[in-house]
Design a protein around this ligand. Structure first.
Ligand code: BG6
Length: 472
């Protein structure tokens, strides 16, 4: 049996992409609430535009539908549910000295409902939604933000002690290099220096949060969350191989720090060359060392091709421009190359490098779903996930990679982080709402709902059909 007995099957969401109710019960704005829906060829605008639609303000209104939604997760047999707790619900301005009780009460209800259904909560402390009240510190550029994040994290560790055991400190921390507004409130064209300073503050905050989590409850397990930007060299020309390695180093240094507890020498040399000085103060290096993570969680959607032409990291969420395309892979409707074997390769790379348990906390296909005769036959999604899960099974069974769980992204449709669209759907559960927030908000099961339910019920055995023929 490839999948371990207690394998954590489930799904994952983030607060700003599902909850809506963005100013309800004391919540205030976060960076996510200032992002418009993307227009064709124009990304999401950031700021206050009176005539624009802001998807996070309503999202799928999970705030008022959570009971129904978690019940549906339970019906699918979820063993784990990864979600984030919005900082701006609990400390509305980010730097408040007192907690907003209504915010904590909302998450009490979520956690308790999960536990009632025997679903293990996996909580992301910060997922692309820094409170706007921290703008005065320039968000993650300011060291004060570290202090306020730690107050928030400490509150969560105390309040949910005994109920939540798995914590992720920052969603896709390496996205500071690719999506700086989402990751930390930095402008989209922030300088490398600013990104590296904000990243330093998050790495430090993460390490200190790990220390706190362990002090408050020795049973806590804290993970990093890595955006799985795996890539292939454009050719076997040494300069292409080197270009690819350079790209990987820009991503992996975040994991190096969180797993090993110090900045790797290649990164220190690079910062020195760029004349970037990290704002290190006494005690920081010791904290980085003491606050290493217990496991690595990751998202995986696609792979890149990099080489000599790859000039650092150029714009866009996941749709990074690296200067190369992969002619061997087909793409999703949003241009993301589909690469199941890339998941097996990536899992092996991470496990070889760090030898820490892994947890997949995002994977799935964003696609347009059509309702025909009242049904959504999302065979394309089933096909995508089936192949990725077969690759995962091979990584566990044949390669011996230790993987604790698989949480698909957006088990219920939600708004896209890169575009703000609703029509980019990932769910097993359809939500009747469109790109302008119009609809009944009713939930319907797609065909993939019963497919995933069977995968979970058989602990992955149902994936074995045609396993060998498909060559994974
Ligand atoms: C990950 C993020 O990068 O990708 C999620 O953690 C995001 O927040 C997911 O939703 C899928 O990306 P998108 O742009 O399709 O929503």
């Amino acid at each position: 049996m490839a999948f371990p007995k207690n394998f954590m099957w489930g799904g994952a969401t983030s607060a700003a992409q599902i909850e809506g109710a963005y100013l309800v019960d004391g919540k205030k704005e976060s960076t996510a609430d200032l992002m418009t829906i993307a227009q064709e060829k124009v990304g999401r605008k950031i700021g206050y535009y009176p005539n624009e639609f802001y998807p996070s303000h309503t999202a799928i209104d999970f705030y008022h539908h959570y009971q129904e939604d978690i019940k549906l997760f339970s019906e699918m047999g979820f063993k784990a549910y990864r979600f984030s707790m919005a900082w701006s619900r609990i400390y509305p301005n980010g730097d408040d000295q007192t907690v907003n009780k209504a915010g904590l009460e909302f998450y009490d209800k979520i956690v308790d409902l999960c536990l009632k259904y025997k679903i293990e909560p996996v909580v992301t402390i910060q997922h692309f939604d820094t409170p706007m009240g921290l703008k005065k510190y320039h968000f993650w550029l300011g060291r004060q933000t570290v202090t306020h994040y730690l107050r928030f994290a400490q509150t969560l560790f105390h309040h949910f002690k005994g109920r939540v055991k798995y914590w992720l400190t920052f969603n896709e921390i390496n996205n500071m290099s690719t999506m700086p507004w989402n990751a930390g409130g930095l402008s989209l064209n922030a300088s490398e220096e600013d990104k590296m300073i904000a990243a330093y503050h998050q790495l430090l905050a993460s390490a200190k949060a790990v220390i706190l989590a362990h002090e408050i409850d020795e049973h806590n397990l804290v993970g990093m969350m890595y955006n799985g930007h795996f890539s292939y060299p454009a050719s076997c020309r040494p300069s292409d191989v080197w270009g690819n390695q350079q790209f990987q180093a820009k991503m992996l240094f975040y994991a190096d720090v969180q797993v090993r507890g110090y900045y790797p020498r290649y990164k220190l040399r690079e910062l020195e060359r760029l004349n970037i000085k990290l704002p290190v103060v006494d005690g920081d290096l010791e904290a980085l060392k003491a606050g290493t993570v217990d496991f690595i969680s990751l998202s995986y959607y696609l792979t890149h091709v990099c080489g000599e032409k790859t000039k650092g990291i150029v714009k866009g969420l996941n749709g990074l421009e690296t200067g190369y395309k992969n002619k061997y892979l087909v793409k999703s409707a949003w241009g993301w190359p589909i690469d199941p074997l890339g998941l097996r390769i990536g899992l092996n790379q991470l496990y070889d490098r760090y030898q820490l348990p892994l947890m997949i906390v995002e994977n799935g296909l964003g696609a347009v779903d059509k309702i025909e005769d009242g049904l959504i036959n999302d065979d394309y999604r089933i096909d995508y996930m089936q192949k990725h899960l077969q690759a995962l099974e091979a990584a566990i069974e044949y390669d011996g990679v230790e993987v604790w769980g698989y949480m698909s992204w957006g088990p219920i449709d939600l708004i896209s982080a890169s575009t703000g669209e609703m029509k980019k759907r990932y769910g097993f559960i359809y939500v009747d709402v469109d790109d302008q927030g119009q609809g009944t908000y009713k939930r319907f099961k797609k065909k993939s709902f019963s497919w995933y339910k069977k995968v979970i019920a058989t602990n992955g055995a149902s994936l074995r059909d045609n396993f060998r023929e498909k060559g994974y």
